[in-house]
Design a binder for this molecule. Sequence first.
Ligand code: SAJ
Length: 444
Amino acid sequence: MTGTLAELPGRINSREAVLGVVGLGYVGLPVACLFASKGFHVIGVDRDGDRIALLRVGRCPIETNEPGLAALLTDVISTGQMQPTTDASALADADVITVSVETPVGTGHRPEYASLRKACTTIGEVAKDGVVVVIESTIGPGTMDQIVRPSLESTPSGRKRFLGHCPERVMPGKLLSNLATMSRVIGAESPEVGSVLEVLYSQIVQADLDVADLLTAELVKTGENAYRDVNIAFANELALICEEVGGDVWKVRELINKSPGRNVLFPGGGVGGHCIPKDPWLLLSSPPSGESASVVAAARMLNDGMPARVAKLTLDCLGELDVEPKDATVAVLGFAYLEDSDDTRNSPTDGLLAELRPLGCRMRIHDPFVAEYRSDALECLTGADCAVVMVAHTEYRKLNLQQAGVVMRHRGLVDARAVFDPGELREAGFTFRRLGVGASRTAW
Ligand code: SAJ
């Protein structure tokens, strides 16, 4: 192991090593706080001056509910362990710099690495010789070689940069706990760099740390999320087939899963969140050669089409109630992308609204976790012709259908998440559609 690299494990264990964290968002901020809470001096850099101003006074800019993060931030700011700044030159003293900036996909589902390039170019200009630069953002295969290293070296300095790619497995609502308890791939340019990063991450991660090459790390993270998206798409396609032939996907998936090695996931009104809609496209940024149709791309398109399927069920239901879309009031239950979450990124409900509003439907939205929509569910349902359950929030499972029926103008309901029992819907006098259940189905 060369010079500075050989000394790093010792400097990490003695807390002499200085850490830099570039990008203080959903991923970077908990990472910075966690390392600082373990005694490291952490320089947190973000280009957003407002965000830095909040952090400097110990206020957490992440508004969704993240247990423990606000308290940890206050602590590491008050002790001076973490220093937020917009000035990247403060990274000059850092021994290891992690980068957690956005890696979105844009038109044509192509990755947009402008933020990543800018961060790496800046680091290349200011970082000292022998610095270890770790990309924690999710990136497509080949990005470390084709984007990161050239950007780091775009300003010839003669100073050595060692590369790592340690993608995060965080989930909104569990940022801190996931960071500490989920296994991680430690991608590194060499086994020596890998063993240094293993020492570093073992300070905050109490789970497997699997050292691998950079490309493997790129493929694992994008692959694991593409895998989930494809599996959700299978459940959704099975639902559409059941609708077509008069089956009940909720019964079918339950019985399939009794077969060893099967695990059909849950159909639903769409796939939202920050990771799953994006990461499959990052994996596909290096598509296999030849004409093979992409399962991953087809799954993305199918999942993106689910809000429109729910809109069709809604129009069917309104039709049975003889309510024209232009005269209809539709109450959507659920705006968050996930049950019992307040995170609304890439909400499938947005897709539903985009389908129904142009037809003249008056759309109302309720969500107990989203401030903007946190009204009383019955109030939202009052005068509505059709309710649409888009998110399986626990609160909805307790909804009194009789009361809902009384306040609604028509007793229409579309259930995209199998929240309600069909027998109870019948008893309460509802005309309803269930995603994945044939309209003509006559249950035993
Ligand atoms: N969804 C379905 N049916 C399912 C599962 C999910 O329609 O059976 C929908 C959800 O409603 C949501 C979207 O897909 O709109 C994503 O749900 P998710 O459960 O995958 O939650 P995420 O987006 O928070 O995914 C994260 C990812 N974790 C990381 O990136 C570290 C993902 O890799 C995990 O597999 C997932 O959590 C998890 O397992 O909970």
